[in-house]
Write a new protein. Structure first.
Length: 96
């Protein structure tokens, strides 16, 4: 039976022999190509200002109480108007 195994052909060896020169890298040391980052990624910092709403040195303005009151009044008026408009729509187009 062992004679049958020998006739099957070459089998990959598991020995610790060094790889043949054909498979080794031809370039050595400084001859290897240096990796160039694509589109200069990592080298150039993007100059984006979107994370800072106000430039340095400027103070964020505070809302006056009267301005806040007027905003709330506008919101109340809009809600009343929306409710009246919804009633009008329901009267003209009743649901089945």
């Amino acid at each position: 039976m062992s004679a049958d195994l020998e006739k099957e052909g070459p089998v990959a060896s598991t020995s610790s022999k060094p790889a043949p020169e054909v498979f080794k890298d031809k370039l050595k040391g400084s001859q290897k190509k240096k990796r160039v980052p694509k589109n200069n990624k990592g080298n150039v910092k993007a100059k984006v200002n979107w994370h800072r709403p106000y430039p340095k040195g400027y103070r964020i303005p505070k809302l006056e109480p009267s301005a806040m009151e007027s905003v709330f009044n506008m919101a109340r008026t809009l809600m009343k108007f929306t409710a009246k408009e919804q009633e009008r729509i329901n009267r003209n187009f009743p649901h089945k």
